[in-house]
Design a protein around this ligand. Structure first.
Ligand code: HAM
Length: 428
């Protein structure tokens, strides 16, 4: 029989890797809380038109990458990103009636049928945040600054911030026309994909990796040239605020991003690490001031971002290895097995992470198991100790062993672990 395997581009995260995920998620959750964001959870499946209308019909995501299916009469899609679903929930629950500004964050799996490669998967995880009700640009700068601080805390290497503005109103449409007018005479020199994009989504030609396209757009007009006065003021406000916060950034007038809903501020954060190659954008975000209204809500401006968790894991420093449990209880002989379970239960009740042996074996093999778990201490419980109401406490870190009264054990262990706490944190 052919062995069943995970779906291509969809990965298992095994227990030995999960500590790094927890560390990252914890850092995001703490940072979000520190900045007044609250968590929202929306479904993994939404009505297909939600994504078509917001992300845009001519985008790669909608054209080629969505997992869409019919269920009875409904056209449904596994969410390729979190922004559309969050905005749908914001409108559906009339959140603007309860508070003028909402700061939301989310973690979750997203699904895109892309060609899998390192850092690009078909199921991947994002940590994202959205702010509704603040037209910026101060909130835009604060969001970017928050992210830079967080990425440094996570030890992400080679962090670089790129910003641009797509303007508002008809700026994008005017710019599109200018770009098409500029590229049309060069049509023959473009890649086949970009020749097609010229008619469907010309802005995508700007971030094509194909050398022919890069040469053709080198002297193309930029969207910044098309900005009206209000948009220009917004964009310079963003830069002034970033300067005030001391956040380094570069203006990239060719940054357009692949989703149609953006207006004004756009940003990407790259991690310049060889392991990620050219797919080194770890965070992407921007303003989408029209989405809430387009989904039937009032005129509420919004900005947000999403960070790719797998890419951040590749780009961040490895976390120190943490123990799986602090204490291992080693019963010697059949009689000590049940008392060992009781002892482990008491230690856990005192907040000490504990595993008790349930399989039996020599003291040597039990100590080997304790070492593999990274335990700080082993509690040895033989028939003699049982009869005398004591245990042998072996401190693996200090290479010391002593006899401790059974009733004193939780207190003694608690004090030891608190005195050198590296064993009591989450594993990572
Ligand atoms: P996005 O640029 O499509 O934006 O994705 C954001 C980040 O998710 C990317 O920078 C990347 O780190 C990660 N990512 C995207 N696709 C994949 C993939 N196939 N495999 C692994 N990681 C991936 C959005 O999703 C917007 N919703 C961001 C946003 C929020 N804009 C406003 N609010």
């Amino acid at each position: 029989m052919t062995p069943l395997r995970a779906v291509k581009g969809m990965n298992d995260v095994l227990p030995e890797e999960i500590g790094r995920w927890h560390r990252l998620e914890k850092a995001f959750a703490e940072t979000f809380a520190l900045h007044g964001y609250r968590e929202v959870r929306t479904p993994c499946v939404e009505a297909t038109p939600l994504f078509v209308r917001t992300i845009g019909e001519a985008t790669d995501v909608v054209e080629k990458e969505m997992y869409s299916f019919r269920h009875h009469d409904d056209a449904l899609t596994l969410r390729p990103e979190g922004t559309a679903g969050a905005a749908r929930a914001y409108v559906e629950h009339g959140v603007q009636n309860r508070e003028p500004v909402s700061r939301w964050y989310y973690f979750g799996a997203m699904f895109r049928a892309e060609r899998p490669q390192r850092g690009r998967y078909r199921q991947f995880y994002q940590a994202g945040a959205e702010i509704y009700g603040d037209a910026g640009p101060c909130s835009d700068a604060e969001m970017i600054d928050m992210l830079v601080g967080l990425l440094h805390r996570l030890g992400v290497r080679g962090v670089e911030v790129f910003v641009n503005s797509l303007g508002s109103g008809d700026t994008r449409a005017r710019y599109k026309n200018e770009l098409v007018a500029f590229l049309e005479p060069k049509r023959a020199s473009l890649s086949e994909d970009s020749q097609r994009r010229l008619g469907t989504n010309p802005l995508r030609i700007l971030d094509s990796k194909d050398e022919r396209d890069r040469a053709a757009v080198a002297a193309a007009p930029t969207v910044i040239d098309c900005l009206g006065d209000d948009d220009k003021a917004h964009f310079s406000g963003l830069q002034r605020s970033l300067d005030a916060l001391g956040t380094p950034y570069r203006v990239d007038p060719r940054l357009v991003r692949g989703l149609d809903y953006y207006t004004r501020t756009l940003f990407e954060i790259k991690a310049d690490v060889p392991e990620l190659g050219t797919g080194n954008t770890v965070v992407g975000g921007g303003r989408y001031d029209n989405m809430v209204a387009e989904l039937g809500g009032p005129n509420i401006p919004a900005i947000g971002f999403a960070a790719g968790i797998e890419r951040l894991l590749i780009a961040s420093s490895p976390a120190p290895t943490r123990p799986i449990v602090d204490v291992f209880v080693a019963p010697l002989g059949e009689e000590s097995r049940a008392p060992a379970l009781v002892l482990a239960k008491e230690l856990r009740a005192a907040g000490i992470s504990t595993e008790a042996d349930t399989r039996g074996g020599s003291l040597k093999s039990l100590l080997r198991r304790a070492n593999a778990l990274g335990a700080r201490a082993v509690v040895i419980l033989g028939e003699r100790e049982l009869a005398e109401g004591v245990v042998e406490l072996k401190d693996l870190a200090a290479h010391a062993q002593e006899r401790v009264s059974r009733s004193e054990l939780p207190r003694v262990l608690g004090e030891r672990l608190r005195a050198s706490p590296e064993g009591s944190e989450e594993q990572g």
